[in-house]
Design a protein around this ligand. Structure first.
Ligand SMILES: Cc1ncc(COP(=O)(O)O)c(C=O)c1O
Length: 415
């Protein structure tokens, strides 16, 4: 039996876990009226308390307390406290995560750290199709003669790449930014560790969308975006994770005062702080952290198992709606059908993906596209409803039926 709107409404009314999804959704700003958001893979929704949190930092912190805020509002502790708030979502110990800098910078810091720990091994293994910034960061390290790069087409080639026993670190995207394919972290970590190498996972397209078990699957290092599913706000600081077994194994590549064992001793020489603290570099972005803290407060209440189930229900529903209602058009599911092999978004392959995405955005269905032909639907489990999926698919059908997405005004590229 094909899914109906009533089925979608029934699914929305169910709360099989501990989280009350409708109430959780109400704690986020709904955005522009009449608009349906499927872009959590780019910028996650805004918690309603974010403006007040920022306003408080501006008024109470900056305007009034100023320098004293570092003590009175504990601004320096934010990278640690925000990290602790999201640690359970990624299966990490609460002291093993820091919220700081950007994903690309954290990728650099942890690649360099792995190279130091694993010396004299100096090979970095990467997938060809990895998010470009991760690749650029590794290329620059190699250009400085600090590493050699070994590319694989996909994870099936990993064993061969690990065979020479010279690999320091394997840097993998947990979820591919185009297709949303999710790798089996536990299984790959076993091969990586058995070969004496370290793993570095990019969780940008999984953290805050699906459950992640970093410790249980024995991951060594991880990074991820703060502005996507984690809802930290545009340009939010990213996060990094380090397994405690490596926490005090080497100096960080960027030794800054915030990562010093005693920042305010102003010692002439560097002493790394303990554990993940050493990866802090400079003064935290207090305003950005204020926005992030609104989401962090909500994440503390979210059970990752519930989150995962909700995401699975939503994305399975979306795929079923595509199958049942869009079979007449050349849209192909690019993402795996099985939820454990899928990340935050559902991707469709369509030759006119960029134009169709823009036509959908004009109709208030906010999706994104990635070259050459991926149409991405980023599903946020805290704010998306099954009913919204139904409505969005009706708009998609109307555009495909009328062919209006082929209009010349949709030819310009969109970010
Ligand atoms: C998988 C992945 N890694 C890294 C990045 C870059 O993150 P940042 O801008 O925080 O450096 C992105 C950005 O979209 C991404 O999708």
């Amino acid at each position: 039996m094909p899914l109906t709107l009533a089925d979608c409404m029934r699914l929305d009314a169910q709360d099989p876990g501990h989280t009350h999804w409708a109430q959780m959704g109400d704690r986020f700003d709904p955005g522009t009226p009449g608009t349906l958001y499927f872009d959590a893979n780019s910028i996650g929704p805004m918690p309603r308390t974010a403006p007040l949190k920022m306003q408080t930092v501006l008024q109470e912190g900056w305007a009034k307390a100023r320098r004293r805020s570092w003590n009175e509002h504990d601004w320096l502790a934010q990278p640690r406290s925000l990290g602790a708030s999201i640690a359970h979502l990624i299966g990490a110990g609460s002291n093993d995560v820091r919220v700081t800098d950007t994903t690309s910078i954290n990728q650099y810091k942890l690649l360099r750290y792995a190279l130091s720990v694993a010396a004299p091994r100096r090979v970095i293994v990467l997938e060809h199709h990895v998010f470009p910034s991760n690749r650029y960061v590794a290329e620059a390290i190699a250009r400085d003669h600090l590493a050699e790069l070994r590319f694989i087409d996909d994870a099936s080639q990993l064993s061969a790449a690990l065979a020479p026993k010279d690999v320091a670190v394997v840097a993998l995207s947990h979820v591919d930014y185009r297709s949303s394919t999710r790798l089996d972290m536990a299984e790959l970590n076993r091969s990586i560790r058995a070969a004496g190498a370290m793993s570095l996972w990019d969780l940008s397209h999984s953290a805050g969308a699906v459950a992640i078990a970093l410790r249980q699957s024995d991951a060594d290092l991880a990074v991820g975006c703060g502005y996507k599913y984690l809802c930290g706000g545009p340009g939010a600081p990213a996060f990094l994770y380090i397994h405690p077994r490596w926490a005090d194994a080497a100096w960080p590549a960027i030794a800054g005062w915030m990562g010093h064992a005693d920042t305010f001793a102003f010692e002439p020489t560097y002493q790394p702080g303990t554990g993940a603290d050493r990866f802090l570099v400079g003064t935290p972005s207090v305003l950005a952290n204020a926005a992030f803290s609104a989401a962090a407060q909500l994440w503390e209440e979210v059970d990752p198992v519930d989150l995962d189930q909700r995401h699975s229900s939503l994305t399975d529903t979306l795929i079923q709606l595509f199958d049942e209602q869009c079979a007449a058009w050349p849209l192909r599911l690019l993402s795996p059908r099985n939820h454990v092999q899928r990340g935050g978004h559902v991707a469709l392959q369509f030759e006119g993906a960029s134009a169709l995405a823009q036509a959908l955005v004009e109709q208030g269905v906010i999706v994104s596209s990635r070259k050459p032909d991926a149409l991405r639907w980023g599903i946020h489990p805290l704010t998306t409803s099954h009913q919204q999926l139904w409505s969005a698919v009706q708009v998609l059908r109307q555009l495909l039926t009328s062919g209006s997405w082929q209009d010349a005004r949709f030819e310009r590229p969109m970010v």
